[in-house]
Write a protein of this length. Structure first.
Length: 259
C-alpha cells in the first residue's frame, strides 16, 4: 500500500468531493495520509480531518510565508495542538525566499523556523521542511536540527543531488512528488537516481503539483502511482519495491506501527 506523506485535503479545492475522494483511497491502494498544516487555520482543519478519518494523520506547523499570524497567544495555541494524539509531525516549516526578498522578513522566517524546530524537539516529533530558494540557510539550520537529534523530511525537494546527499548523511528523508515526472526535472531525477530508496518518501502536495499527464490540474493522492512508476523507471527497480520501501520509510519517520 502507498503511504502519502504530504497532502492538503483541507484546501477549498476539495470542498465539493472531499469525503467521496478520501473514502475511496484504500480501494485505490492508498493506505495512510499525512495532512500537513501551513497556517493556524489549516492546522485546525488538518486535525479535524485526522479525527474524522482513521487513516489520516496531521502535521502542525506554520509555513514561512504565513508567520505573520504568529504571536504569543498563537504560539501557545500551536504548542497545544502539537500534543494532539493524531499529530505525527511539526510542519510544514522552513524558509521561503522566493516571495520574500526583504532581509528583515527572512530574519523572522529563520527565527520562527528555529522556534518550531525546538517545539519538535520538545514533543519528540519529526519535522516536514519547506525550502524554496533558501538552500544554504535551510541546510545550516537543519545541521542544528541534526545536532538536536530531530528527524525529518525535506519536502518537495528542489535542490541539487549534492545537497540531497548532505541531508541523507544526516539521516533526513527526501520528499519526491509529481515534479519528478516533468520532462524538465533534470536535477530531481538525478537526485532520485543517486539517493538510495531507503531515504525517499512519496508525496503529492495536493491539490498542487500534479504529475504528468495531469500537470496543471487538481492533484490528489490517486496520482501517486505515476510518481511510483517514474521512480521505478529511474532506479531500474519494480514499482512494488518503490511502494514497499517508501512505505517503511514513512512508518519509521512518523513513528507509527505498521499494521
Amino acid at each position: 500500500m502507498i503511504f502519502e506523506t504530504h497532502a492538503h485535503y483541507e484546501d477549498e479545492k476539495f470542498n465539493e468531493d472531499r469525503d467521496a475522494l478520501l473514502t475511496s483511497m484504500r480501494t485505490h491502494g492508498i493506505d495512510k495520509i499525512v495532512n500537513v498544516g501551513s497556517s493556524l487555520i489549516t492546522v485546525k482543519k488538518s486535525i479535524e480531518l485526522a479525527e474524522k478519518y482513521d487513516f489520516i494523520y496531521a502535521a502542525v506547523g506554520v509555513h514561512p510565508s504565513e508567520i505573520k499570524c504568529l504571536d504569543e497567544d498563537a504560539w501557545i495555541w500551536l504548542n497545544n495542538q502539537a500534543k494532539h494524539s493524531r499529530v505525527v509531525a511539526i510542519g510544514e516549516i522552513g524558509l521561503d525566499y522566493y516571495w520574500d526578498k526583504d532581509e528583515d522578513i527572512r530574519k523572522k522566517q529563520r527565527k520562527w523556523f528555529r522556534k518550531q524546530l525546538a517545539l519538535a524537539k520538545e514533543m519528540n516529533l519529526p519535522v516536514i521542511i519547506h525550502s524554496r530558494e533558501a538552500a544554504q540557510d535551510t541546510l545550516t539550520i537543519m545541521k542544528e536540527a541534526h545536532e538536536m537529534h530531530i528527524l525529518g523530511v525535506i519536502h518537495c525537494f528542489s535542490y541539487s543531488s549534492q545537497i540531497a546527499e548532505q541531508y541523507m548523511q544526516m539521516g533526513y528523508y527526501i520528499g519526491i512528488g509529481g515534479v519528478v515526472t516533468f520532462k524538465n526535472a533534470k536535477k530531481l531525477k538525478e537526485t532520485v537516481e543517486k539517493i538510495p530508496l531507503e531515504y525517499l518518501l512519496l508525496e503529492t502536495d495536493c491539490p498542487y503539483m500534479a504529475p504528468e499527464p495531469y500537470r496543471g490540474k487538481r492533484n490528489s493522492s490517486l496520482y501517486l502511482p505515476y510518481i511510483v512508476k517514474k521512480i521505478a523507471e529511474i532506479k531500474g527497480i519494480t514499482e512494488q519495491q518503490v511502494i514497499d520501501v517508501t512505505e517503511q520509510n514513512a512508518y519509521h519517520l512518523y513513528q507509527l506501527r505498521q499494521s
